[in-house]
Design a protein around this ligand. Structure first.
Ligand code: F6R
Length: 614
């Protein structure tokens, strides 16, 4: 949450920082600001609202300068306003600082600084850091970078910080703990800093991801140096970005979300490419190979995740338990970490996270690690905190997901979990060779089938037009389609602000059935499989109460078509793989409803893509 961008070098900083902020706007978009060093001036422009509002405000004023820092905010302490927007500056106007994270002891520090005569302009926790840096630098007679290092030993919480000072126009200082920060090394002796690599990739592919409690000092003459909090120098680990710039553009689509929905045939294929071969009957997740025996003999596998990733985890539970006969539990990371869970070295904890930065998921893993469990990760963002903390894991290779509502990341997570279930089952001998081969071949065919589902878009748009004014909706599914129902409901509520709930279809009569009337759309996954007849009965129960049924069915279905108000057909596939197809119509439906309701699809209100606060 919150996006950070900074630049120092020979180019003009403002356009680079503003462009970078726009790329990071998915991390938070309630206010934005920049600070630019121009000669002996430190110019700060900040505004509530989108980056473009701040940009317009700054243009026409002095936006020159070769060093600059910028921030797009997702408010935690203090409402979104011009004053609470970052950067925050020291009282003498010499130091400017941006921050992503939360300073837990800001109240105590604030009172101490107020006693020293510091006057606070904002309600943010961040302002405490800039005043503390200023206080230490004056008291200890040290430069602002050293003062920041000393200040950090007094600060509790999470941070990614970048600071500049007009007394050191050739320097930029950054620090990180639990909030991500990447340094890009430009070809012209210039440097880029950002919360993730998306603002950097168009300038350079050579990057260093800061580690926890690491401080980066960038000096235009001396280059990049890294230190730990104890001031010991560290050797930077340079990496090459694999990301391509086109992946960060809308590519002709009206919204990132729509582009990402349509990318799924490719992203699912990229996810299993090189990892399975149906003809030769093998599956291989390289990053998990060393841990598979441990997973097979573990007490249990515990999947920890949040939101959409948690839904993918629930699909994984069905797959792994059924195919590999291994005990799996799926936990909300935020609950798990505070529950004093019983864990030991015989447990394997698997985190699922698109961003790889979700604070609760990260903390759940740290807890599991401290108890001796093996920790594994399924992440999309390469080099993210979770991927670096875990013992092993698999990347989903879905490519950058910019739309705040997760779509292609979900199907890629489910694909990895399917591969994992198949690999474990095969090694453990709980799947017959024929079934194994069939499932591999079916998985290989999924991208083509996703394409076919995407072709139903026009029908889905018509259905969306009919239900766009609903104030409530129910999503029902059984077995591994139950998490698809949960995911469908989450997609609808988060981008169109229609209240929606996902339920196991059979649970409906234990309460939610009371909500059903002729205005209530009920979206049901009623594909062929073990529970088909049961779901058909559930549909009848809804129809008896005059609810409107929109059913996702297997191609050629007749029975449900006769009962439902609308049907959306998906190609036939093995029951285990239905979630990969059945989720697509719900993504499209939510998208169209949100567009018709005039909602900001890619940046829904109050949300942010990377939830780095607890
Ligand atoms: C919903 C959505 C969120 C995320 C959740 C976890 O569309 O995107 O619910 O799934 O915030 O994020 P990650 O996967 O980055 O840990």
């Amino acid at each position: 949450m919150c996006g950070i961008v900074a630049y120092i070098g020979k180019k003009e900083a403002f356009p680079i920082v503003v462009k970078g902020l726009k790329r990071l706007e998915y991390r938070g978009y309630d206010s934005a600001g920049v600070a630019l060093l121009h000669g002996d001036q430190l110019n700060v422009y900040k505004k509530a609202g989108k980056v473009s509002v701040m940009e317009e405000f700054a243009l026409g004023q002095d936006v020159a300068g070769h060093a600059g820092i910028g921030h797009t905010r997702w408010a935690t302490h203090g409402e979104p306003s011009d004053v609470n927007a970052h950067p925050h500056t020291s009282m003498d106007g010499k130091i400017a600082l941006i921050h992503n994270g939360i300073i837990e002891n800001y109240d105590v520090l604030k009172r101490e600084l107020q006693n020293q005569g510091y006057i606070f302009k904002s309600e943010t926790d961040t302002e405490v850091i800039v005043h503390l840096v200023d206080y230490i630098s004056k008291k200890e007679h040290v430069w602002f970078g050293e003062a920041l290092r000393l200040a950090l030993s007094q600060v509790h919480g999470a941070y990614a910080i970048v600071a500049i000072s007009k007394e050191y126009p050739n320097r930029l200082v950054a620090a990180r703990k639990s909030s991500p920060l990447v340094v890009g090394i430009g070809a012209e002796g210039d440097f880029y800093l950002a919360s993730d690599a998306t603002p950097i990739v168009e300038y350079t592919k050579k990057v260093v991801y800061l580690d926890d409690e690491e401080i980066a000092v960038i000096d235009l003459e001396e280059g990049l140096k890294l230190y730990n909090i104890a001031d010991q120098e560290r050797t930077p680990f340079f990496q090459q970005l694999e990301m391509e710039l086109e992946a960060l553009e809308k590519g002709g689509y009206e919204h990132f979300m729509l582009k990402e929905i349509h990318e799924q045939p490719r992203s699912i294929h990229d996810c299993f490419r090189g990892r399975l071969n149906a003809e030769e009957a093998w599956v291989n997740l390289g990053g998990l190979r060393d841990y598979e025996q441990k997973m097979i003999t573990a007490n249990r596998l515990i999947i920890v995740a949040c939101g959409t990733s948690w839904h993918a985890g629930l699909v994984g539970e069905y797959l792994i338990e059924d195919l590999a006969r291994i005990n799996v539990e799926v936990e909300y990371a935020s609950e798990f970490r505070y529950r004093n869970p019983i864990l030991n070295e015989n447990d394997v904890v698997i985190a699922i996270s698109q961003s790889g930065e979700t604070a609760d998921t990260l903390a759940a893993l740290e807890l599991a690690k401290s108890k001796g469990a093996t920790i594994l990760g399924i992440c999309n963002v390469v080099g993210s905190s979770i991927s670096r903390l875990t013992d092993g894991g698999s990347y989903t290779h879905a490519g950058p997901e910019i739309g705040v509502a997760s779509t292609k990341a979900f199907t890629a997570q489910v694909t990895v979990l399917t591969l994992m279930a198949l690999s474990l089952a095969h090694k453990k001998g709980t799947i017959s060779e024929t079934h194994f081969r069939t499932l591999l071949a079916e998985l290989e065919a999924i991208p083509e089938k996703v394409k076919q589902v995407l072709e139903t878009d026009a029908l889905i748009e018509q259905i969306a037009a009919e239900y766009k004014d609903a104030s409530n909706a129910l999503y029902l599914g059984r077995g591994s389609s139950f998490p698809v129902a949960l995911e469908g409901a989450l997609k609808l509520k988060e981008i169109s602000y229609i209240h929606a709930e996902g339920y196991p279809a059979a649970e409906m009569k234990h309460g939610p059935i009371a909500l059903i009337d002729e205005n209530m759309p009920i979206f049901v996954i009623a594909t062929q499989g073990n529970s088909y007849e049961k779901v058909v009965s559930n549909i009848q129960e809804v129809k008896a109460r005059k609810g409107k049924v929109i059913a996702v069915v297997t191609e050629g279905d007749i029975q449900v078509r006769e009962m439902a108000d609308h049907v959306i057909e998906i190609p036939e596939t093995n029951e285990f793989l239905v979630p990969l197809l059945a989720t697509i119509p719900f993504q499209l439906l939510s998208y169209h409803i949100a567009v018709m309701r005039g909602c900001n699809v890619d940046q829904p209100r109050n949300l942010a893509k990377s939830v780095t606060v607890e």
